[in-house]
Design a protein around this ligand. Structure first.
Ligand code: AP5
Length: 212
């Protein structure tokens, strides 16, 4: 089954996607990761995306939709998780069209609910491995000895948009643009709301149960 994983910044979408990839061998399509890859490669798309991402704003819909179209074509018939797309109703409507183009469907739209107060703590404490992308947290999940537990790299960094000003904007953008997607997918009878609090493994048990 193909799924959407959505929720506020810091709700744990990337963390749960990594578990789904590792244990259920699903394909992960994260628009945030695709933009970060383009930034690293210093492409034109990357430069454009960076100018929005650093401020916590959404990258324009047209660019984002074209990028997802290419990715959906590229992955063939693998089961996929869409993480971070769609992010507003216009993108959700565009996704419906894209899915028809590639003859695919979304089985469920999983919404991870985490209270606002926890989100700020999660985002400001998040750290990542630059080499492999593994996600850490300074107190909840620190890398052992400052090195990535996954690949051993010592290049652990903080995302530019995990600084206080950008976090505030991202949470506002989420409330205004992304939260209305709950109604969109509820109307399509695809919405499953999950509690995103508690330990990662506990959340993963709820994600897995929602897929069965
Ligand atoms: P994107 O990369 O998608 O960021 P986001 O949606 O803001 O989500 P995050 O990656 O911040 O959080 P997450 O839910 O994945 O949480 P994580 O698992 O890392 O997008 C970045 C930017 O790209 C956007 O602002 C926008 O500019 C642009 N963009 C992307 N998609 C776009 C689109 N469709 N349209 C337009 N623009 C787009 O966890 C966070 C922290 O919490 C970590 O430290 C983790 O260790 C910790 N944690 C996770 N689970 C738990 C748990 N159960 N308990 C305690 N801590 C936990």
């Amino acid at each position: 089954m193909n799924i959407l994983l959505f929720g506020a910044p810091g709700a744990g979408k990337g963390t749960q996607s990594a578990l789904l990839v590792e244990r259920l061998k699903m394909h992960h399509i994260s628009t945030g990761d695709l933009f970060r890859r383009a930034i690293k490669g210093q492409t034109e798309l990357g430069m454009l995306a960076k100018s929005y991402m650093d401020k916590g704003q959404l990258v324009p819909d047209s660019v984002t939709i074209d990028m997802v179209r290419e990715e959906l074509k590229r992955i063939g018939d693998k089961d996929f998780i869409l993480d971070g797309f769609p992010r507003n109703v216009a993108q959700a409507e565009a996704l419906d069209v894209l899915l028809k183009e590639v003859n695919r469907d979304i089985g469920k739209a999983l919404f991870l609910h985490v209270p606002m107060s926890d989100l700020v703590e999660r985002l400001s404490g998040r750290r990542l491995c630059r080499a492999c992308g593994a996600v850490y947290h300074v107190t909840a999940k620190p890398p052992t000895g400052g090195k990535c537990d996954n690949c051993g790299s010592a290049d652990i960094y903080q995302r530019d948009d995990d600084k206080p000003e950008a976090i505030t904007t991202r949470l506002q953008v989420y409330e205004n643009s992304t939260a209305p997607l709950k109604e969109y997918y509820s109307n399509k009878k695809k919405l499953v709301e999950l509690d995103g609090r508690g330990k990662e493994e506990g959340v993963f048990d709820r994600v897995k149960a929602a897929l069965s």
